[in-house]
Design a protein around this ligand. Structure first.
Ligand code: 1PR
Length: 489
């Protein structure tokens, strides 16, 4: 019947619900949106996406008069264990800033636990209500399998698999955090006005000969899908001319996100141009509006570059959080986990460790004038302008202001293929407790094991090596596994 293929979705307007919708559609189900409380009571199956910051989500729910307690009655699933049977030894995607721990009181609810510092709940069920702390719709084929099992009431689950469930939950509890491999697509309009994936050498994306066109390495949606199928843990789009164009005028980028999220079921990040701005007609857009539009179009996280540098400078100068910066606002509404700060540092050599008021390092190879020290200056506007702030100081400040991750590029290493800047990654990792994504310079599979074995980086991002098809993502993963680095295969 129609009801059989229908899923009721309670979309309270926080975070990326589009990917949940896309996962449901992919499984062949139709979505009925909740418009009034009775829609919940009449639902055959109800999905309540758990994205965003809890306080903001609750405020929305209360404003719309939907109460969470109504949910319990309506979900119609029978055997809790069927849902997770496909997880086995695979990794699923967790992103959260709170956790619930197993207690005697919730013993009979617990389906699976995992460990990060301590043991906490990964999935629970009670009666016909299921909840996962992780995002199935962002956990690749393994996660889509969970969605399918939930939607079809476990019918697709073989009896033989059910017996493995106990094993699954105990293995989950022994799991560790996988190091992530992220494919990055620098996107901009070429001289014909088409949105293309490009790639620079030290941020210069134009050909060195001929009419010096913007390098074109392919179409954003196609490349992103290829990387997902190849095993990328995440995909990042950086709109590299966002600092001068208004991103909301940039409809193609929103379309890229919408189309990509239909095909890519791992976390999607988008960056470039996230700031307050006025368009040519004088209409004002807040950075929060810009970010909301990106989330609605399928992004899970947004990345802020230039505007975060200004916010950090201001914060260091006054020692006060204003709450008005794009970073602070987006983080408080959508949660820290949804906000990345992208840093564009370049190495500046100096003679002595105290020559600048920024944290310096002793370099392995001396500079052009035999300098033994260096600091990393933060650049804005796509590497065009240097600011009076170091990468160490910036990272510390933006963590305070609500960043959930640091995407650490390096202008000197970008596109060179000589490996990541390990000194820089160690320096910034010392400054913060949030995850650091190493970026710029990957040129071989060994560079990935090197960065994970020699620095605390949580993820390694690369662009050129994948675009030029030098190394498939799978080979990187296999190499990491052989090197004893935990990875999601
Ligand atoms: O400042 O908030 O509008 O954001 C702009 C964003 O665009 C920033 O995240 C900035 O890093 C990025 N960006 C701006 N200009 C460029 C450029 O290349 N001309 N790209 C640019 C940054 C660096 C990485 C690259 C890695 C890996 N590119 O994205 O993918 O270096 O490359 P590799 O593996 O080939 O070495 P805002």
């Amino acid at each position: 019947s129609n009801q059989d293929a229908e899923v009721t979705l309670l979309d309270y307007g926080a975070g990326n619900v589009r990917s949940v919708r896309n996962a449901i559609h992919l499984m062949g189900f139709q979505i009925k949106d909740v418009n009034k409380p009775e829609d919940i009571e009449n639902a055959n199956r109800l999905i309540l996406p758990g994205v965003g910051s809890f306080a903001a989500a609750m405020a929305k729910l209360e404003e719309k008069c939907f109460f969470l307690t109504q949910v319990k009655k309506v979900v119609t699933l029978k055997k809790p264990s069927k849902i997770l049977a496909g997880v086995k030894r695979n990794h699923v995607y967790f992103v959260h800033s709170y956790r619930a721990v197993p207690l005697v009181e919730n013993e009979d609810w617990v389906l699976a636990t995992t460990v990060y510092g301590e043991e906490f709940l990964a999935a629970v069920s009670k009666g016909n209500v299921y909840a996962t702390q992780f995002h199935p719709e962002k956990s690749g084929v393994v996660g889509l399998d969970i969605v399918r099992r939930f939607l079809d009431g476990g019918r697709s689950c073989e009896a033989e698999e059910i017996s493995r469930v106990a094993e699954t939950s105990s293995m989950r509890s022994g799991s560790t955090l996988a190091k992530r491999v992220i494919a990055c697509l620098d996107v901009r309009s070429n001289d014909m006005g088409d949105l293309v994936v490009t790639k620079g050498d030290q941020y210069d994306v134009r050909e060195q000969s001929g009419d010096q066109e913007v390098r074109n390495l392919g179409k954003p949606v196609d490349l992103a899908s290829r990387y997902y199928e190849d095993g990328a843990d995440e995909v990042t789009f950086l709109n590299i001319t966002g600092f001068r164009d208004s991103p909301l005028g940039d409809i193609p980028m929103l379309e890229v996100l919408r189309s990509t999220s239909k095909r890519v079921f791992v976390p999607l990040t988008v960056g470039g141009g996230i700031r307050d701005f006025k368009d040519k007609d004088g209409r004002y857009y807040s950075s929060l509006e810009v970010a909301s539009e990106y989330f609605r179009s399928g992004a899970d996280k947004i990345s802020i570059g230039t505007d975060a540098v200004y916010a950090a400078e201001e914060y260091l100068k006054t020692g006060k959080k204003t709450g008005t910066s794009s970073l602070e606002q987006i983080s408080s509404v959508y949660g820290k986990q949804a906000v990345i700060v992208s840093v564009d540092p370049r190495r500046i050599y100096i003679k002595g460790p105290n020559d600048v008021p920024f944290k310096t390092i002793k370099v392995q190879t001396t500079g052009p004038n035999d300098e033994e020290y260096a600091w990393y200056q933060c650049m804005v506007k796509g590497g065009r302008e240097g600011r009076p702030i170091g990468a160490f100081e910036l990272a510390k400040a933006v963590e305070d202001l609500g960043a959930g991750e640091i995407l650490l590029n390096c202008i000197d290493c970008d596109g060179q293929g000589n490996g990541y800047d390990l000194d820089l990654i160690k320096l910034v990792s010392e400054a913060v407790t949030i995850p650091v994504i190493a970026s710029s310079g990957a040129g071989s599979i060994h560079h990935f094991s090197e960065v994970f074995l020699q620095t605390p980086a949580s993820a390694a991002l690369a662009a050129g090596i994948f675009h030029r098809k030098e190394v498939p993502i799978m080979s990187v993963k296999e190499h990491m596994m052989k090197a004893g680095i935990e990875t999601r295969i």
